[in-house]
Design a binder for this molecule. Structure first.
Ligand code: ATP
Length: 262
């Protein structure tokens, strides 16, 4: 159902390339190495999660990919183009709710397509598609303040996807939700990913969430921020919560937990 550039990617083709990436924050006389020599290749359509202790540079890496932060050295590129600033080819979803409060759910979703100058019938087609995907058709004309936290995050995901980005960058998007809503959101996101096959880079502190959602999990270490583990998740697609009892799931969970502990 996707109509843009992401559709043209062969599954194994590299979409995101990070090479020798460094980030040092300098404040007054102090400098702090947040990222050191990060090398990473992410193929198109992959769902990749990043786990790591607080302060290991996960958000910094994501913000560099989003073009919101400049690297101190090295390269970061999307689809062969070096990242020099934010762009519609990268959709962002954060923990905080970032919807426009003065726009309805439908208008929020249509915001990007409207900015691109798409005609009204096309915008309507896009918002209809995403309202259905996030199962909020009945709330098309509601304002964000009328929605629960989980519903707001669903709209934030739809709004990001409505731009047909090449990659969805998600920084702990479900971190503020209660446990039950979080599980529902994970299933919803997995369904969205299966339907749309968009590339996702997802930051979380939650090992279960990382394994449940992903095809691949990266582990970062701190001081300096670097990649210390890269795991393929060998679990079938079409996952439901029961998969969390699968021996392969539990084995990977133990491995990741022990890596994070050290
Ligand atoms: N603007 C800044 N100036 C100075 N230091 C910064 C700045 N932004 C981040 N840092 C430092 O860089 C390190 C990495 O921060 P970052 O937010 O990327 O970590 P994180 O892994 O996402 O942490 P968390 O899981 O707690 O969100 C931290 O030690 C942080 O204090």
């Amino acid at each position: 159902m996707r109509t843009g550039a992401a559709e043209r990617l062969e599954p194994a083709q590299e979409l995101i390339k990070v090479e020798g990436l460094n980030k040092t924050y300098v404040s007054r006389s102090k400098s702090f190495v947040a990222l050191k020599e990060i090398d990473l290749s992410i193929p198109g359509n992959q769902f990749l999660s990043i786990l790591g202790p607080s302060g290991c540079g996960k958000s910094t890496l994501l913000r560099i990919l989003a073009g919101l932060e400049e690297a101190t050295g090295g390269l970061a590129a999307v689809d062969g183009e070096e990242i020099v600033g934010p762009g519609a080819d990268r959709g962002m979803v954060f923990q905080g709710y970032t919807l426009f409060p003065w726009l309805t759910v439908r208008q929020n979703i249509e915001y990007g397509p409207k900015l691109k100058g798409l005609p009204i019938f096309e915008r309507r087609r896009i918002s209809d598609h995403y309202l259905k995907l996030i199962r909020l058709e009945r709330f098309a004309n509601a304002f964000p303040k009328e929605l629960s936290g989980g519903m707001k995050q669903r709209v934030a995901i739809a709004r990001a996807l409505a731009n047909n980005p090449k990659v969805l960058l998600m920084d702990e998007p479900f971190g503020a939700l209660d446990a039950q809503t979080k599980l529902e959101m994970q299933e919803m996101l997995l369904n969205v990913w299966v339907e749309e096959k968009t590339t996702v880079v997802f930051i979380t502190h939650d090992i279960d969430e990382a394994i449940f959602l992903s095809q691949r999990v990266l582990v970062m270490g701190a001081n300096p921020g670097r990649i210390i583990g890269d795991f393929v998740v060998n679990l079938p697609e079409g996952r439901t919560q029961e998969i969390k009892e699968d021996p392969d799931f539990l084995q990977l969970k133990r491995t990741l937990a022990s890596m994070l502990k050290h």
